[in-house]
Design a protein around this ligand. Structure first.
Ligand code: HEC
Length: 222
């Protein structure tokens, strides 16, 4: 019945493509069903965490770190539960990465603390003697771009319907309010947990160092 197909390379190639694409879709599509995305209990990133995600992108952590734990025993033993597509529902863009010079970071929030990160980002060798990770000292003096992160939250709420509350609204006044009532208190908590006086002082003066936002983001990965 299909002899004509076997003799016709073009239609045969189309047929092969359709079969493979169909199998691929069957595998992938269920993950995008409403019930699977986002996973239960997942909250949108806070503005401080979004600012930290920007630092992660800007300083190119993705060049050496993935954020995707594959469903193999060797990976789940080391990092924990394998990653589910619904966990990335609020990631725009997702930061899966494809290179692991360093370990995967998708569940780093489960086993590293703010003070550990603060020591590690300042000088990786101080906590991991053989580390080849570069130091990121500029993150301790550069201020995180909170205003842009806030604008990002406003935008994804409007465009994608990301479930932020009424507090996230356009305008300078709404931003100032969020800054005072949410962003700075969250940053202060993290700065205190790093046990670094300079970071606490900076946040108290209203300037959030990049490393504080970055740690907020890393703590959220779990
Ligand atoms: C040149 C490659 C490289 C880059 C770029 C890099 N790292 Fe790393 N990272 C490593 C290596 C190698 C390790 C393992 C040794 C160590 O813990 O220091 C590591 C370890 C880590 C760990 C500890 C992981 C664990 O399970 O203990 C964290 C957290 C981390 N990196 C965060 C970052 C962040 C955030 C950035 C971007 C600001 C970054 N890294 C950029 C190579 C890199």
């Amino acid at each position: 019945m299909f002899h004509w197909l076997e003799k016709n390379p073009f239609f045969f190639a189309v047929g092969v493509f359709v079969v493979i694409a169909y199998a691929g879709l069957i595998e992938i599509l269920p993950n995008f069903a409403e019930a699977a995305r986002p996973v239960k209990g997942l909250k949108p990133y806070t503005v401080l965490q979004l600012a930290g995600k920007e630092v992660y992108k800007k300083d190119n952590c993705i060049a050496c770190h993935s954020q995707l734990i594959r469903p193999f025993k060797s990976e789940t033993d080391r990092y924990g539960q394998y990653s589910l597509s619904g966990e990335y529902a609020y990631d725009r863009p997702f930061l899966w990465g494809s290179k692991r010079t360093g370990p995967d970071l998708h569940r780093i929030g489960n086993y590293r603390t703010a003070d550990w990160h603060a020591n590690h980002m300042w000088n990786p060798k101080s906590v991991v003697p053989d580390s080849i990770m570069p130091a990121y000292k500029h993150q301790y003096t550069n201020a995180a771009d909170l205003e842009t992160a806030y604008a990002e939250a406003v935008t994804v709420k409007k465009v994608f319907g990301t479930p932020y509350g009424d507090d996230i609204a356009p305008g300078k006044a709404a931003y100032e309010k969020e800054l005072k009532t949410k962003i700075l208190p969250e940053a202060l908590k993290i700065a205190k947990a790093t046990k670094r006086e300079d970071l606490v002082k900076a946040v108290e003066s209203g300037k959030v160092p990049e490393v504080v936002a970055l740690i907020a983001y890393l703590n959220r990965l779990k």
